[in-house]
Design a protein around this ligand. Sequence first.
Ligand code: MG
Ligand code: ZN
Length: 366
Amino acid sequence: MKRFSIFILLIIFGVSLTSCLSSRKLANKENPDIRNVIFMIGDGMGIPDVYAAMTVSDKPLNIERCNIIGLQKTFSADNYITDSGAAGTALATGTKTKNGAIGMDSQGNGLKSILEIAEDHGLATGLVSTSSITHATPASFIAHQSSRGSYDDIAMDFLKTDIDVFIGGGIDHFAKRKDKLNLLDSLKFRGYEVDTSLTMVLKSTSLKLAGLTAPVHNPYRLKGRGDMLPASSGKAIEILKKNSKGFFLMIEGSQIDWAGHANAADTLVDETLDFDKAVGVALDFAKKDGHTLVVITADHETGGVTITGGSRETHKVILNFSAKGHTAVMVPVYAYGPGAEKFFGIYDNTDIFRKILTSFGFDNLK
Ligand code: MG
Ligand code: ZN
């Protein structure tokens, strides 16, 4: 009798152990090593921009630490040459849309972003940009508007989500609005620490942080932005990593694009170097953490940049611009960490969303 009950107990133990193991397997279906994804976008950053920064720098760039490289096609649903709204939406939601749209398809239907899906799965989420946080690229991950210029409405969309941390410019879109509402008060009411300077942001220990460091956009680094991007990236990671389920963070070097539009070579190289400094912050964390995938890309190329001269000895480059706007060329994708190998090859911008989705093991749009 005694032996029989031990036998039964062993069977029960065996069954529960097997079901426990299989449920653990289910929770991490695709890649059990990945807990966090840091997705970095250099707006307008083509390969020549990266090589110009490599030439000017006297040490290797952080981006060179990535050993998996891919190329992505950036065309939008209605144009061979994309804008940052359609490109951001493609990266964030996996659907190509018409130029100017934010988190919506060409018919005007809202699309769920990878940030929102991560939220649904209980992960912490964050956005960091040097431009206004309501600008096209970060907006694509959180807002749903048919026009990228609807900054007040995009700011309002932040309040419809459960994002944990956002740091960028854009105080005016939250506090100096046409409808006279003060969304900074609404954010405080919802438990966010609202900081309106970088100094305040960097001192924050809050789990929910709205860091708005400029009335609209932060200036170029050469015009006084300082270490805003790498420092804010570090702060966002420090807060988000406290969620044991993991996090999704998008970091944008917004103004590489603007230097491209302005055909301003020195600024373009400096903004790329600044973005690379933020890449260093992400890669240092990923290396230490071991469960973080870092994916770095651009939304499109800007300026038709090429390098027509320079010297590896004197660290000088001569850039030539063939456009004042965006171009159609493929842009590079760099990946580091567990699951990085998925990003090898040539694919559409929309595939990046699916690759991140499956890296997290999210196989359904819950
Ligand atoms: Mg942008
Ligand atoms: Zn642009």
